[in-house]
Design a protein around this ligand. Structure first.
Ligand code: ASP
Length: 330
């Protein structure tokens, strides 16, 4: 294989710094495939990422734009009533209202977001409309709904019978207790690198079940729930939003990748930062989950979580839409 100019420079530097030229290291560098870009690729949080990735892949494999792929992908989860933490069928807040958070970001750093949006099955599409059709980045509550209706989105009841029954059962104790990994939260965060080498991300959720009405998590906050820097990489978060917001988690992960850390190392360092911050406040994180996923410009991916049990789905020319278990910190 021909040595690229960059590899040649790295080899020269290496030779200069050692008295005796280390031959095996040189061979290793010549065979270094790190300049190779794996594309297209899409990754997303949790097991529902498999179905969502499949939707995104249809667009990516036909040389479509990452932005269109992530929107189409997460819409699959939003529309699925059996996914009880995203979109239609999501668990309501403690007043029985399904309130949705979502954000989207493209390769040009265009951003759009909706928070505490009710009655619209695809908050991610409304977030995209905020991005493309308004001078703003975020709309919330009534204003977001009015905008959505104005844009032609249909007003629907998102509270399914199952979610309503569960909520009524919950009302008997009204005990607010998030559980790790499953049951009462989880977000779909999706990141894609398209054939043109451009990145985009999307993130959508009904948030923590039985939250206070008006509570907004990390997911619609650009930089916390999701972030894209087309020169570096992209990241998304899931888990207890209040902890993720505190360190502006996804932006932190992207900045760590900018410093040269791998996607997995970057996610790990962000989780460590959350743990360290909780320790300072004497707060135990034993009952909560935090998970990050990330990809860089080369199409390398990684994830890391606080507790065991977080996984993410990867679809690329090398991985045929598989779930990967993230390593955990505690
Ligand atoms: N991050 C979401 C929130 O706090 C929930 C989750 O992903 O588990 O609303």
């Amino acid at each position: 294989m021909a040595t690229t100019r960059r590899q040649f420079l790295r080899l020269s530097a290496l030779a200069g710094s050692f008295m005796a030229f280390n031959k095996s290291k040189a061979v290793e560098l010549i065979n270094d495939h790190s300049e190779k870009v794996i594309k297209p690729i899409v990754i997303s949080t949790w097991r529902f990422g498999i179905q969502a990735n499949a939707g995104a892949w249809k667009i990516l494999s036909e040389k479509g734009r990452a932005l269109d792929a992530v929107e189409a992908g997460v819409k699959i989860t939003e529309a699925d009533p059996n996914e009880r933490s995203v979109g239609y069928g999501g668990r309501p807040d403690r007043d029985g209202r399904v309130t949705l958070d979502a954000c989207i970001m493209d390769e040009f750093s265009n951003i759009g977001s909706v928070a505490c949006l009710e009655h619209i099955i695809h908050p991610i599409a409304v977030a995209r409309a905020v991005m493309e059709k308004t001078p703003h980045a975020m709309l919330s509550g009534e204003g977001a709904l009015a905008f959505a209706l104005d844009q032609g989105f249909k007003k629907e009841n998102l509270l399914t019978k199952t979610s309503e029954e569960e909520w009524k059962a919950w009302l008997k104790t009204s005990e607010y207790k998030p559980k790790v990994n499953i049951e009462n939260h989880d977000t779909i965060g999706m990141l894609a690198l398209d054939m043109n080498g451009n990145l985009s991300g999307a993130c959508t959720t009904s948030g923590i079940a039985y939250k206070m009405h008006g509570r907004i998590g990390d997911s619609p906050i650009i930089g916390a729930g999701m972030y894209v820097d087309n020169e570096v990489g992209a990241a998304a978060a899931t888990g207890q939003g209040e902890e993720i917001i505190r360190i502006v988690g996804s932006h932190t992960v992207v900045e760590l990748m900018r410093q040269g850390f791998s996607p997995e190392e970057s996610c790990k360092k962000a989780v460590e930062r959350i743990l360290a911050s909780a320790k300072k406040r004497n707060k135990s994180l034993s009952d909560i989950q935090i998970g990050f996923i990330a990809i860089n410009k080369k199409g390398q991916h990684g994830a890391f979580c606080l507790q065991k049990g977080f996984n993410y789905a990867v679809y690329s020319p090398e991985i045929n839409n598989q779930l990967i278990n993230a390593k955990n910190l505690i």
